[in-house]
Design a protein. Structure first.
Length: 476
């Protein structure tokens, strides 16, 4: 608004100045017009008195300038106030009187040159010329007064406009000062609030980092305790299992002796002997078979727990890895399984390289590829695809298959230890995916699953792109 007002007032001031200049130009032209007539009159008198033609120089100059000044005066007077300030009538009258005076001077000079000019006529001519000049001066004074009033009015208007412009500028400066002071106060307060918030945020971050560090240490201690507990439990379970296996062998030997003894003694028609033979021939061997099968499964579970415990306690060895080559090696290691299942495996695009633990990644991809092969859908040619990409500081890998799929309700269950989902028609202990998640988390990421339950499954493995940096931040 201030700028707009300043522009308007500046335009008005310029308009008033222009009008004042036009009025001044008319005033100057009136004076030049009268001066031309005065110069012609003076030249006439000098020539008549002396007879010297040298006095006619000003007359000739005035005569040539008179026509130009007369025309220019009419045009300039019409420009003042667009012809409303100075009416054309007084200007026309002034020009007409000037022409009469100039014609009279020309006539007097012509008669003087012709020798038809006596003293009485000279006096009359001079008196007539003086009367015309008086009338010219009167008309010129009227026009000059009008021009002067225009100049005075425009000057006053210019002063008023300048005063208003100064007032607007002063108001603008005051507003700018007030706004600047207000902005400075707001900015200062805002900076102070930001500083306070920053200090508070630093304190909160420090407290949060302390809590995270404490909880991380607690989780690590708990994890170590669980690993030791798993190792101790599995180790302690193996001792009684070995005893059970030993006593089972002794029981089998005793059963053989008992069977031989029962067959030798007693009457064939004795029902008790028949029951004893049935027990030693069928019941006891069947029971021993169940015991051996359960011991074998229990031994396998203990071995898996021990392996999981050792993997959790193993020190990671980060190194630059060519994931394209690593995954290809994993595929080659179980290619026979793919051939038996009639599955095709391919790597889609270029897998991103990482700095991580080779052994852990080999175990992860071997588990996932083996799992994908195990649960392909009958009657559907198996298609298994491995792809990867980088996301900020992480590397994301996907192992996709077109197998039987996993129900959404089992997305988390399948990662629990000894838990399996879907039809239990394939061999397994429910260890592989739990092992895979544990390894993925140790590598700075996690593993999740995506499936519609019918048309295949995609396992998404996320790990730190650079495990060295991740381990360094954790230590810090």
């Amino acid at each position: 608004m201030i700028v707009s007002a300043a522009f308007i007032f500046s335009s008005r001031s310029q308009l008033h100045g222009t009008e004042s200049l036009r009025a001044a130009r008319v005033d100057r032209l009136v004076l030049e017009f009268i001066s031309d007539l005065a110069d012609a009159e003076t030249a006439q008198r000098g020539f008549i008195i002396t007879g010297d033609a040298a006095y006619l120089g000003p007359y000739e100059s005035a005569l040539s300038e008179f026509a130009e000044d007369s025309s220019d005066l009419g045009l300039r007077a019409a420009e003042v106030g667009e012809g409303k300030a100075i009416a054309p009538e007084p200007v026309d009258e002034l020009v007409a009187l000037g022409r009469q005076r100039m014609d009279l001077i020309s006539s007097n000079l012509a008669r003087y040159r012709a020798g038809n000019f006596d003293k009485a006529e000279l006096v009359a001519a001079m008196e007539s010329g003086r009367a015309l000049m008086d009338r010219v001066r009167e008309k010129g004074a009227v026009i000059r007064e009008i021009a002067a009033s225009v100049r005075i009015a425009r000057a006053a208007a210019m002063r008023d406009t300048a005063a208003m412009l100064r007032t607007m500028i002063s108001l603008g400066v005051a507003m700018i000062v007030v706004l600047t002071a207000g902005a400075a106060m707001v900015i200062t307060r805002h900076i102070r609030q930001i500083g306070e918030a920053r200090e508070e945020l630093i304190e909160i971050n420090q407290e949060l980092e302390s809590r995270v560090r404490e909880r991380t240490e607690a989780v690590m201690r708990t994890n170590d305790e669980l690993q030791r507990y798993a190792y101790i439990v599995s180790h302690d379970l193996r001792a009684p299992l070995v005893n059970i296996m030993g006593f089972t062998s002794e029981l089998e030997t005793a059963t053989e002796r008992l069977t031989a003894y029962v067959r030798k003694v007693g009457d064939d028609d004795d029902p008790d002997r028949a029951d004893a033979l049935l027990a030693v021939d069928e019941d006891i061997p069947e029971a021993l078979g169940f015991i051996r099968s359960s011991m074998k499964r229990m031994d396998g579970l203990i071995n898996e727990i021990l392996k999981l415990s050792r993997a959790g306690r193993r020190v990671l060895e980060p190194m630059p890895l060519d994931m394209q080559s690593l995954v290809s090696e994993c595929i080659d290691s179980i290619r026979q399984r793919f051939a038996e299942a009639g599955a095709e495996v391919r790597i889609e695009g270029r897998l991103p390289d990482v700095v991580s633990d080779r052994s852990a990644l080999q175990q992860i991809f071997t588990n996932l590829l083996d799992n994908a092969t195990k649960y392909l859908k009958d009657g559907r040619p198996g298609q298994i695809t491995v792809r990867g990409r980088l996301e900020r500081g992480a590397a994301v890998f996907e192992v996709e298959d077109n197998g039987r799929g996993i129900a959404e309700a089992d997305f988390e269950r399948i990662f629990e230890l000894f838990r399996r989902a879907g039809a239990q028609d394939k061999p397994g202990d429910g260890i592989g995916l739990a092992h895979t998640r544990m390894l993925s988390r140790r590598l700075g990421g996690d593993v999740s699953v995506r499936s519609d339950g019918e048309n295949g499954t995609t396992f998404i493995v996320t790990i730190a792109r650079d495990l060295v940096l991740r381990m360094g931040r954790n230590e810090t």
